[in-house]
Design a protein around this ligand. Structure first.
Ligand SMILES: NC(=O)c1ccc[n+]([C@@H]2O[C@H](COP(=O)([O-])OP(=O)(O)OC[C@H]3O[C@@H](n4cnc5c(N)ncnc54)[C@H](O)[C@@H]3O)[C@@H](O)[C@H]2O)c1
Ligand SMILES: O=C(O)C[C@H](O)C(=O)O
Ligand SMILES: [Mg+2]
Length: 604
C-alpha cells in the first residue's frame, strides 16, 4: 500500500543498473534462400556470414562482401542523417513522415537492425514511431500502406476467428496490443487506420521491455467506422460500414478474446484507444477472465499519479501533503476518469479516510464544464466524481475552466481532454494565482497539436516556477539567464511495458489493481530528490529499460504477494517467491531480448 517511507529509501538507495542482456541461443531456420532474405525476423542483409550463405542457399543472392552489424548500423544512421539534411526547411509533417518511412522500410526488411537503432536512439526515434508522428501515420495510413503488419479481424470474420488466429506464423505470442480504432490519441475515430497505434505501442514493448519481436502481435478489430470522411475515401482499407454497437459489437470482441486465449492461454492483451464506453465495458467484462488491462485507463492513471506525487515532492512538501492538493482534471473520458479513480484511492489510503472524503480536493471538467450532481443526464461513469453544488462556494454546474481555476486556485491543472490549446493564455495566467508556489500543469493529450497547451506558453503565461508535463514530447524551454524550464513527458509508455513484462514473467493469469498500484508506486519512487527538486518528475526515456525492469519487478512481486504468480517457462512460483527485490529486477533484465544477429545454423 502507499508506503511513504519506501519512497525516500528506494529513491535514494537505488543504483542505476545496466543489464547484461540475454543473447538468444542458436536457432535453426527452416526457410532457405530468398525466403530468408524476405523474412525480416531472420534477414541480416549483407551481414550473412559465408557459412550461412553456403548452408542456407544464399550464395549468389547477395553481393559478395560481408558487412558487419556495426557497419550496417552506421550506414543506416548515415542515410538517416542525410535525409534530415535534405528535408531541412520542409514542412514538419513532410519531414516527420519521411523519417517514419525510412524507419518503417528498415522495420519491414531487417527487424534486428531496426530494433537496435531504435533502442540505441530511443529518445530521437520514439517521437517518430510513437506519439506524435504515429498519429499522422494513422491519419494517412491507407495512402501509406505498403505491407500489412499484425492481424486484422473484421466484423465480416464473425465465426471464423478461432481458425484465423492460427494464420499468425509465430508459434508463441506473449504480448498483444488491440484496438478498434475508435479513439486514436486525440484524433477521434480512425477506423482500421488505427492499427498504427498497436504497432507503435509494441515497438515500445520491444525497445523498453525487451519482448521479442517474434512474440508480439498488433491487432485491429475492424467493426466499421463512423468517420464519414473515411467512409467516403476510395482508398480507405477498412470495412465501409458504420460501427457495430451493443451486443453485436461485444460478440466480436468476445470471439477474438476466446480465440487468442485458446491458442496462447498466457498471452497478455493490452486494450488501447477504445472509445470510453467500450474501454470501461471491456475492462469490466474481461479483467477477471483474461490477463488483460486497459492502458488508457490504467496505465495512464499510474503515470499521472506518479507525476502528481512527484509534484508534491517538487514543491518541497512531504509526500503526505498529497491529501491536501487541489487538483482540477479537465477531460472526463477513459483517461481522466482513470486518473481520478486511482488518485482518490491513493488519497484515501494515505489519509486513512473514505473515498468519499478523499474526493473533496478533486474537480472534474468535461466539454460541458464543471461536472456536478446538478447535471441533467450525468454520465454514470463520471457520476462518482461529480461535485455537490452545495460544497462549491460560488461555482455552479457547467462552470468553465477559467472560472474553476480562478475560484479553486488549484495546485495542479491536468488535461486529458484531447482538445488542443484549451489551457489558453487566460487559464495559464490564472494558474499564477495558484495556492502553490510551484503549480503543476499537465497537458497530457496527444498528439502534440491536441496538447492542452504548449510548453513555451505554459512557462510564458503561468510563470517560470511551474512544473510542466505533456503527453507528447516538447523541447525544454529556455527561460533566459541560463535557466531552463524542464519538460516532462507524462506518457503511459513509462508504465505499460513494465506492467506487461512483469505480468508475463510472473505467469499471473490476471492483472489486478494491486499489481497496477505497485507499478505506479514504483515509478513514483524512481526519481531522486535532486532531480525532483528541479521539476524533473519522470526519468529520461534513455533509461526506459531500467525503469521497465524496476516496474516489472514491482508488478511481479505484487503478483507473488497476491498468490497469483504461477511462474514462467522454467522459473516456478516458489523460485519467484524466494527472489529478493534485487534478484527480481535482475531476473526481469535477464529476460529482455536484445537485438544481435544470432546464428541461423549450428556450427559443425
Ligand atoms: N499522456 C498519456 O499517457 C495519455 C494517455 C491516455 C490518453 N491520453 C490522451 O488523452 C486524451 C483523452 O483521452 P480519453 O481516452 O480520455 O478520451 P475520451 O474521448 O474518452 O474523453 C475526452 C474527454 O474530454 C472532454 N472534453 C472534450 N472537449 C472538452 C473541452 N473543450 N473542455 C473540457 N473537456 C472536454 C470530453 O467531454 C470527454 O470527457 C486524448 O488526447 C489521448 O491522446 C494521453
Ligand atoms: O499513445 C500515447 O502516446 C498515449 C496514450 O495511450 C494515448 O492514447 O494518447
Ligand atoms: Mg492510448
Amino acid at each position: 500500500m502507499w508506503n511513504l517511507a519506501r519512497f525516500a529509501a528506494t529513491a535514494v538507495a537505488r543504483s542505476r543498473r545496466r543489464f547484461s542482456t540475454a543473447i538468444p541461443g542458436p536457432c535453426i531456420v527452416h526457410k532457405r534462400g530468398a525466403d530468408i532474405l524476405h523474412d525480416p525476423w531472420f534477414n541480416k542483409d549483407t551481414g550473412f556470414p559465408l557459412t550461412e550463405r553456403d548452408r542456407l542457399g544464399l550464395r549468389g543472392l547477395l553481393p559478395p562482401r560481408v558487412i558487419s552489424f556495426e557497419q550496417q548500423y552506421d550506414r543506416f544512421m548515415n542515410s538517416y542523417r542525410s535525409l534530415e539534411k535534405n528535408t531541412q526547411g520542409q514542412p514538419d509533417k513532410v519531414v516527420a513522415l519521411a523519417k517514419w518511412r525510412i524507419l518503417n522500410r528498415l522495420h519491414d526488411r531487417n527487424e534486428t537492425l531496426y530494433y537496435r537503432v531504435l533502442i540505441d536512439n530511443i529518445r530521437e526515434f520514439a517521437p517518430i514511431i510513437y506519439t506524435p508522428t504515429v498519429g499522422l501515420v494513422c491519419q494517412n495510413y491507407s495512402g501509406l500502406f505498403r505491407r500489412p503488419r499484425g492481424m486484422y479481424f473484421s466484423a465480416k470474420d464473425k465465426g471464423e476467428m478461432m481458425s484465423m488466429i492460427y494464420n499468425w506464423p509465430a508459434p508463441q505470442v506473449d504480448m498483444i496490443v488491440l484496438t478498434d480504432g475508435s479513439r486514436i490519441l486525440g484524433l477521434g475515430d480512425l477506423g482500421v487506420q488505427g492499427i498504427g497505434i498497436p504497432i507503435g505501442k509494441l515497438d515500445i514493448y520491444v525497445a523498453a521491455a525487451g519482448i521479442s519481436p517474434q512474440r508480439i502481435l498488433p491487432v485491429m478489430l475492424d467493426v466499421g467506422t463512423n468517420n464519414q470522411k473515411l467512409l467516403e475515401d476510395r482508398l480507405y482499407l477498412g470495412l465501409r460500414q458504420p460501427r457495430l454497437e451493443g451486443e453485436e459489437y461485444l460478440s466480436i470482441v468476445d470471439e477474438f478474446m476466446e480465440a487468442v486465449h485458446a491458442r496462447w492461454p498466457k498471452a497478455i492483451v493490452q486494450f488501447e484507444d477504445f472509445q470510453m464506453k467500450w474501454a470501461f465495458e471491456t475492462l469490466e467484462r474481461y479483467q477477471k477472465r483474461f490477463c488483460m488491462f486497459n492502458d488508457d485507463i490504467q496505465g495512464t492513471a499510474g503515470v499521472a499519479l506518479a507525476g502528481l506525487l512527484g509534484s508534491v515532492r517538487a514543491q518541497g512538501r512531504p509526500l503526505s501533503d498529497f491529501v491536501n492538493q487541489k487538483i482540477v482534471v479537465v477531460g472526463a473520458g477513459s483517461a481522466g476518469l482513470g486518473v481520478l479513480k486511482m488518485a482518490i484511492q491513493a488519497v484515501s489510503k494515505m489519509a486513512g479516510c473514505s473515498e468519499t472524503a478523499a474526493k473533496s480536493q478533486f474537480y472534474l471538467i468535461d466539454k460541458d464544464g464543471l461536472v456536478t450532481t446538478d447535471r441533467n443526464n450525468l454520465d454514470p461513469a463520471a457520476a462518482p466524481f461529480a461535485k455537490n453544488p452545495t460544497d462549491l462556494e460560488g461555482l455552479t454546474e457547467g462552470a468553465s475552466i477559467i472560472e474553476v481555476v480562478r475560484k479553486v486556485r488549484p495546485h495542479v491543472l491536468l488535461g486529458l481532454s484531447g482538445v488542443g490549446g484549451i489551457f489558453n493564455e487566460e487559464v495559464l495566467k490564472a494558474m499564477k494565482e495558484s495556492v502553490s508556489a510551484k503549480p503543476a500543469i499537465f497537458a497530457m493529450s496527444n498528439p502534440t497539436m491536441n496538447a492542452e497547451c504548449t510548453a513555451i506558453d505554459a512557462f510564458k503565461h503561468a510563470g517560470e516556477d511551474i512544473i510542466f508535463a505533456s503527453g507528447s514530447p516538447f523541447e525544454n524551454v529556455d527561460l533566459g539567464n541560463g535557466k531552463v524550464g524542464h519538460v516532462n513527458q507524462a506518457n503511459n509508455m513509462y508504465l505499460f511495458p513494465g506492467i506487461g513484462l512483469g505480468s508475463l514473467l510472473s505467469g499471473a493469469r490476471l492483472i489486478t489493481n494491486g499489481m497496477l498500484q505497485a507499478a505506479a508506486e514504483c515509478l513514483a519512487s524512481y526519481m531522486l530528490e535532486e532531480d525532483i527538486s528541479k521539476g524533473i518528475l519522470y526519468p529520461s526515456i534513455n533509461s526506459i529499460r531500467d525503469v521497465t525492469a524496476e516496474v516489472g519487478a514491482a508488478v511481479l512481486q505484487a503478483a507473488v504477494e497476491e498468490d497469483l504468480a504461477e511462474g514462467h517457462v522454467d522459473v516456478g512460483p516458489k523460485e519467484l517467491a524466494n527472489m529478493t527485490k534485487e534478484e527480481t529486477v535482475e531476473y526481469i533484465g535477464r529476460n529482455m531480448w536484445y537485438p544481435v544477429y544470432s546464428p541461423l545454423v549450428h556450427e559443425k
